[in-house]
Design a protein around this ligand. Structure first.
Ligand code: NAD
Length: 492
């Protein structure tokens, strides 16, 4: 059968040992049916390796391991022990940061320079979670009677976590970090196209002294492995990041099984709004960060750009010029800004929307085609004069594809921005603090970035309004997802 690890040679000539098994009980194991699936490099379309595919019986094993670990000392020990283990993990991630960034770039296709940024965020976030472990305190409540009443925060139990392929390791950290800090144990499924970095990091989980069974990683596909997690009766909490359609589906599955608690981080079609008085240079860099960062494969992508009439043609000109100077190509070239899309499916989806936008009467400003014929590269794409009835305006494309719409007044753009089933993020670009405050107060979005965009920090909560999700990740709020309050009243 397939080996449990394999030597992978990176495009920079270095090589490393890639674990390929499922990670259960702090060991890499083959799946029961010994099935594997292929992992490819999106920049070359060549095979990197195979990894084992978890089926229901493997998920059962992982859940049993996680339940045993939860009932063991992990959830009841001095929280400082969990904090120490998470801190150790952050140190190890730091020591392996170059390899982790390279794996992420190889597997996802993203530019290596961006992968380094992802890994830096991962390390900061795991450190931040280490600090939370012993700060989840309850309260004494003075009820005005003789009873002694207090609350405490307790972990939930075994958590099922399902993550996407756009930020594989960052999503792993947003899921595993707060769950562990609060004393839970996890069974995490990576996305089928990007399983490698979480498997590599699993070695570090063990080395950090995190006990067996606390973190279990099951590579596999949504309909089999993901479904086994979402429907599992022993999983008490489900955290999902991915598309709104899948989120809606797994919420039903979770409800029908054991009504497990669900948090969802879903899609978006976020508005990035430029007012006449914006600083053009700052606004352009925010528009670029909004839609071209991470090849546009970002749930909070500023994919609907609104520009006030007075500055419309200037922004079109500058945005086009900026898009055309972005270096697209070999992810391992450190000067590359935009690497490959993660899969053929994503490339086809983007090119499909180019056809749709043409048919709908959008005006192509730049891009709109594949780059080369090997690897899933696409040119940064901008369509102008896009109207709210067009599909390219309404639907999440998940690629480097911006649509631009002019507007006249703040109230008009607020209405346009909010006229979406999504509500993940928004950007506002203006020099006026009045405009910035007025507009951001009215936007239906979980994050509002003013004169900046896609600007994440481990202390700042992130999550969606409306159909963009339920719950928040990062910040103090992430711990709410992984704790439940117990109220105790003592009759005296
Ligand atoms: P998806 O939502 O189907 O996949 C995300 C994760 O869910 C993966 O791990 C996948 O295996 C798992 N999954 C899929 N079906 C499942 C099921 N029935 N039960 C349990 N788990 C399941 O997303 P996708 O198909 O990879 O991408 C499709 C579109 O979703 C993209 O084009 C993009 O628009 C959107 N997307 C959004 C995000 C985000 O962060 N908001 C991330 C990835 C994809």
């Amino acid at each position: 059968s397939y080996p449990l690890s394999t030597t992978v040679t990176l495009p920079n000539g270095k090589s490393y040992e890639q674990p390929t098994g499922l990670f259960i009980n702090n060991e890499f194991v083959p799946s029961k049916q010994h099935k594997t699936f292929e992992v490819i490099n999106p920049a070359t379309e060549e095979e990197i390796c195979h990894v084992y595919e978890a089926r229901k019986e493997d998920v059962d094993d992982a859940v049993d391991a996680a339940e045993k670990a939860f009932k063991g000392s992990w959830s009841t020990a001095d929280p400082a022990i969990r904090g120490k283990a998470l801190w150790n993990l952050a140190e190890l991630l730091e020591a392996h940061k170059d390899t982790l960034a390279a794996i992420e770039s190889l597997d996802n296709g993203k530019a290596l320079q961006l992968a380094h940024g992802d890994v830096a965020l991962v390390i900061n976030y795991i450190r931040s979670c280490a600090g939370w472990a012993d700060k989840l305190t309850g309260q004494y409540i003075d009820t005005g009677d003789t009873h002694h009443t207090y609350t405490k925060r307790e972990p939930i139990g075994v958590c099922g976590q399902i993550i996407p392929w756009n930020f594989p390791l960052l999503m792993w950290s947003w899921k595993v970090g707060p769950a562990l800090a609060a004393g839970n144990t996890v069974v995490l499924k990576t996305a089928e196209s990007t399983p490698l970095s979480a498997l590599y990091a699993s070695q570090l989980v063990k080395e950090a002294g995190i006990p067996a069974g606390v973190v279990n990683i099951v590579s596999g596909f949504g309909k089999i492995t993901g479904d086994a997690i979402a429907s599992h009766p022993k999983i008490k909490k489900l955290a999902f990041t991915g598309s709104t359609a899948t989120g809606r589906h797994i919420m039903k599955v979770a409800a029908d099984s054991n009504l497990k608690k669900v948090t969802l981080e879903l899609g978006g079609k976020s508005a990035n709004i430029v007012f006449d008085d914006a600083d053009v240079k700052t606004a352009i860099s925010a528009l670029v960060a909004g839609i071209f960062y991470n090849s546009g494969e970002v749930c909070s992508a500023g994919s609907r750009v609104f520009v006030q009439e007075g500055i419309y043609e200037e922004i079109l000109r500058e945005f086009k010029a900026a898009a055309e100077t972005l270096k697209v190509g070999d992810p391992f070239d450190l000067s590359t800004f935009q690497g490959a899309q993660t899969s053929q499916m994503q490339l086809n989806k983007i090119l499909g929307y180019v056809d749709i936008a043409h048919q709908e009467g959008g005006r192509l400003i730049t891009g709109g085609e594949r780059l080369g014929n090997k690897g899933f590269f696409v040119k940064p794409t901008i369509f102008a004069d896009v109207t709210p009835d067009m599909r390219a305006y309404k639907e999440e494309i998940f690629g480097p594809f911006a649509v631009i719409t002019p507007f006249k007044t703040a109230d008009e753009v607020i209405e346009l921005a909010n006229d979406s089933e999504y509500g993940l993020a928004a950007g506002v670009h203006t020099k006026s603090i009045d405009t910035a405050t007025y507009v951001s107060n009215k936007l239906e979005a979980g994050s509002v970035w003013i004169n900046t965009y896609n600007d994440f920090h481990q202390m700042v909560p992130f999550g969606g309004y409306k159909q963009s999700g339920i719950g928040r990740e990062m910040g103090a709020q992430a711990l709410d997802n992984y704790t439940q309050w117990k109220a105790v009243r003592i009759g005296l």
